[in-house]
Ligand binder design. Structure first.
Ligand code: AMP
Length: 503
């Protein structure tokens, strides 16, 4: 059954779909409000099925807009409120939406109709039903997520309704029971939010919201969580790492919690050990997947044996319906513990990149033997038994606090700043190999006469016009010239050596 069918079913019950601070939305209200939005979209735009842009954080009406877009047969494009206007404008230029639902107060100043919360609220109260005939079908795009792109412009990843159905079918066996309360902290613009929005709603769960302001204030966050009745935790490991810094984060705070589900970046031994000790009755699930193959494609329950093993925490085996294989130099690897690039095949693999056939051709393919759609992840892994182990990237993509960043994206945007001739950016990693922050080396057009501190403050302010805060380097170093390697490229190893010992 699809998520929209499940939503209709649960709308006949008295279940709660969403809790957001002091607001609640029942399944019935979610169904009615999303029908109203869908009816308005169909009335206003008819056959024009351009994607609907949704800009905001975790506003209560965000969810009815998502399901309303899908019920009207349209894709939605979420843009998080942390994305600077200039970068959001690039996404808008790529997608050309006819309507933008805006919770941010930004001035979009383009051709689209902008719905501010007051106008939206009126629309969501209008009576209106929509026939399932109008809903998104299997091959229709359900959402387009924009991730960091190596050209310095965000890159759109469309995901079809059928991809989401396959993702839910593969993930739901790992969900403990029908109902319960699931953490809804991950941004809508990050696909891991699908664990709550799609899998959670498919199981009649209540989405318990933690918005940006709450996530940044642990006292407030814990005060809310204490009353949540949370049964299933979903987040990046980074958010849980932030929480465990406080001793309060334990089973006493979340007595009903039965499972942690992590996705999006390396799960460390340190975090698993701390959680196993603080939450003796919760199991820990590590999952892995790229946006291009719909949220996640592997899962592993982390056992004590895995925690004691000197290997990294495994990402597990493939979820139902997904095929995985490793390739090196164009050859499929069959031997155990041999490292290669992970390829994902099956119904969760999306159609490709939005408006970028060149990039699509590089990374997506159709397998000749099986006819399955495939995606080359760029992730290096090896297999032992039925488990896969992640061992880094084959390119310059990285995860920082759970955010996906292409280093070239940061470099290209720093080079747009006045006075910067060339920029080279590096991640600074901790002992477990996890990126802690970015450092930028800069070749200036001419001496700027500024102290390193003043330069750093000025650059951070200027960079914030083009880049979200999580992509802005913490440290800047001016260089007279870049060290070059034998190929004449910037020698990043030599630059990394200069960072050694930097706190
Ligand atoms: P995203 O498209 O933002 O979900 O990022 C996908 C990338 O995050 C993958 O290609 C991996 O590099 C990384 N990733 C996701 N899950 C994990 C995990 N459990 N362990 C290590 N890396 C992960």
């Amino acid at each position: 059954m699809t998520v929209l069918e499940q939503l209709k079913n649960y709308a006949r019950t008295s279940r709660m779909a969403l809790v957001n601070r002091d607001k609640q939305l029942s399944y019935r209200e979610l169904d009615v409000r999303s029908d109203a939005f869908a009816a308005w979209l169909l009335d206003t735009f008819g056959e024009d099925r351009s994607p609907v842009m949704l800009c905001g954080d975790k506003e209560t009406d965000f969810l009815p807009c998502i399901f309303g877009a899908l019920k009207s047969g349209r894709a939605y494009v979420p843009i998080d409120s942390v994305v600077p206007e200039e970068r959001a404008a690039q996404i808008i230029a790529d997608v050309k939406p006819k309507v933008i639902v805006d919770f941010t107060g930004n001035n979009w100043g383009n051709d689209a109709q902008v719905l501010i919360p007051a106008a939206l609220s009126k629309i969501l109260k209008r009576p209106g039903t929509v026939s399932p005939e109008s809903w998104v079908r299997e091959a229709d795009t359900a959402y387009i997520l924009f991730t960091s792109g190596s050209t310095g412009r965000p890159k759109g990843v469309p995901v079809a309704a059928g991809n989401l159905d396959a993702f839910c079918r593969g993930l739901l066996p790992f969900y403990p029971q029908e109902g319960g309360v699931i953490l809804h902290q991950v941004s809508y613009s990050f696909d891991v939010s699908g664990c709550a929005v799609y899998a959670g709603i498919s199981r009649g769960m209540t989405l318990f919201t933690i918005d940006h302001a709450m996530a940044a204030n642990l006292q407030e966050c814990f005060a809310a969580l204490e009353k949540s009745g949370l049964t299933l935790w979903v987040s990046t490991p980074s958010f849980a790492e932030l929480c465990v810094q406080s001793e309060r984060f334990s089973q006493a705070l979340l007595p009903c919690l039965g499972q942690f589900l992590f996705c999006g970046e390396v799960l460390t031994h340190t975090l698993c050990d701390t959680l196993a000790q603080r939450f003796p009755s919760a199991r820990i699930l590590n999952t892995y997947g790229p946006t291009e193959a719909t949220v996640l494609v592997t899962a592993a329950e982390i056992t004590e044996e895995m925690r004691k093993d000197s290997r990294p925490i495994p990402i597990g085996g493939s979820i139902d319906g997904v095929t995985l294989r490793l390739e090196r130099d164009g050859q499929v690897i069959t031997g155990e513990e041999e490292t290669g690039e992970l390829q994902i095949l099956g119904p969760t693999v999306g159609p490709g990149y939005w408006g970028r056939p060149d990039l699509t051709e590089k990374s997506f393919f159709t397998d000749r033997e099986t006819g399955l759609r495939g995606y080359r992840t760029g992730d290096l892994c090896y297999q032992k038994g039925s488990r896969y182990y992640y061992c880094g990237r084959a390119d310059n993509q990285l995860k920082l606090n759970g955010y996906r960043i292409e280093i070239e994206d940061v470099e290209a945007n720093l080079q747009r700043l006045p006075g910067i001739r060339r920029a080279a950016v590096l991640p600074v990693r901790d002992g477990e190999g996890k990126a802690q922050y970015l450092a930028a080396f800069l070749l200036l057009e001419e001496p700027d006469g500024l102290t390193p501190l003043k330069r750093s403050i000025a650059l951070k302010r200027q960079a914030a016009e083009f880049l979200p805060a999580y992509m802005i380097p913490r440290k800047f170093f001016a260089v007279d010239a870049f060290p070059l390697n034998v190929n004449g490229k910037i020698d990043k190893k030599a630059l990394a050596a200069r960072l050694e010992g930097t706190p």
